[in-house]
Design a protein around this ligand. Sequence first.
Ligand SMILES: [Cu+2]
Length: 133
Amino acid sequence: MFTIGQAPQRHRVALFFGAVGVASLFAVALPRLTAAGDVAPTAAAANATVKVDNFAFLPATLTVTPGTTVTWKNEDDSPHRIGDKNGTFTSAALDTDDTFSHTFAAPGEYPYICTIHPYMVGKIIVKPVGKSS
Ligand SMILES: [Cu+2]
């Protein structure tokens, strides 16, 4: 049995649940936005380590985000001295277990060598967040 008032009432119920559905979508999206905002400062303050071992840099090529502090640690029995080929950073001679740190603010490629053993080569690549190439 149909009455005239029934159809509009069903329509209002459908509208109500439609609005709840849209609100739910926003409720799900908002925490994600907050989480993404929290990730950025963490990435900017990141740290990375390059091991100097067996007359080699490990990893030889390291990709980081701007603001990352890279620490070299000499795990060899022989001293090593980190020197950027462009003269941006140079360490003192590092004895066994000595470390040297440099913070990379600007994007770019930073090839470096051990100035005592120039055949030891490495590279730091500083890549802005969100750029895939
Ligand atoms: Cu060396």
